[in-house]
Design a protein around this ligand. Structure first.
Ligand SMILES: NC(=O)c1ccc[n+]([C@@H]2O[C@H](COP(=O)([O-])OP(=O)(O)OC[C@H]3O[C@@H](n4cnc5c(N)ncnc54)[C@H](OP(=O)(O)O)[C@@H]3O)[C@@H](O)[C@H]2O)c1
Length: 248
């Protein structure tokens, strides 16, 4: 087992990539803590993960919720070996419809939430610990209607370098995972109709060299690599898992 007795703190652990990663981490011997804002999804994820998982309801747009979650984790486990800062969401909004409130909402979850997840967990991470941040293929290619989400993900990519440099002297590695088009509930929440979603999905799939969407489990295996000692000499980087979407 690659993560025996490691404590893993996973935001967005109730769905999609985060939930698949939590399941794989459990199977590899980790104690998992998952965070999500929706109580029902949290409960359903808890059933899949079993009794030993610590489930914490937290809205990552609130720094106080992150602080409480970290404190609950410290009280139960005393340390955090792995942080998967993965939660994220957005809606498709074209240039002319973007408002300051929309920008603020996106930034607060996708960037500020990621930053404070790392800042608040860092004091509990021992030497040898690993932080993984979920970025996006939107760092590399432009898609209409996603200007602000893409900007928050580019900012998250930047954080991985800077915080990786800050935390390296403590023996903590910081890396990003950049998913391509992955089949998760994410797309059902972006505010498009069924017809619009089908058209976007068909267009994306055509651009993917492997001609299919990825599975969350395929991302989880790469997160496991970055979380475990298998990647002990890898820090500051972004691993792309996108079937060739951004490479060819
Ligand atoms: N799927 C893709 O094709 C794709 C591509 C590129 C990047 N990504 C990135 O991958 C990450 C995971 O996405 P996914 O595809 O697995 O989507 P997902 O299935 O929709 O999962 C998103 C997770 O984020 C959590 N979350 C959303 N808002 C939150 C909030 N305010 N506070 C706390 N948690 C919140 C959700 O929990 P609750 O609903 O309970 O709050 C859920 O667990 C995201 O950062 C996304 O941007 C995905």
């Amino acid at each position: 087992m690659k993560l025996s007795n490691k404590v893993a703190f996973i935001t967005g652990g109730t769905s999609g990539i985060g939930l698949e990663t939590a399941k794989l981490f459990r199977a590899e011997g980790a104690k998992v803590v998952i965070l999500g804002s929706n109580a029902e999804r949290l409960k359903a994820a808890g059933k899949e993960l079993g009794d030993e998982a610590l489930l914490i309801q937290a809205d990552l747009r609130k720094v106080s919720d992150i602080e409480l979650a970290v404190e609950e984790t410290r009280a139960k486990f005393g340390r955090i070996d792995i942080v998967f800062a993965n939660a994220g969401a957005s809606t498709v909004v074209p240039l002319e419809a973007v408002t300051p409130e929309y920008i603020e909402d996106n930034l607060t979850l996708n960037f500020t939430g990621t930053f404070f997840t790392i800042q608040k967990t860092a004091p509990l991470i021992p030497s040898g610990g690993s932080i993984i941040v979920t970025t996006s293929f939107l760092n590399t290619i432009g898609m209409p209607g996603l200007s602000i989400l893409a900007a928050t993900k580019a900012a998250a990519r930047s954080l991985v370098r800077t915080l990786g440099a800050e935390l390296a002297p403590r023996g903590i590695r910081v890396n990003a995972i950049s998913p391509g088009a992955i089949s998760t509930p994410f797309y059902g929440k972006v505010g498009l109709s069924e017809d619009q979603l089908s058209a976007v999905a068909a267009g994306l799939q055509e651009k993917v060299a492997l001609k299919r969407f990825g599975h969350a489990a395929e991302l989880a295996k790469t997160v496991l690599f970055l979380a475990s000692d298998d990647s002990s000499y890898t820090t500051g980087t972004e691993l792309v898992v996108d079937g060739g979407l951004t490479q060819f």
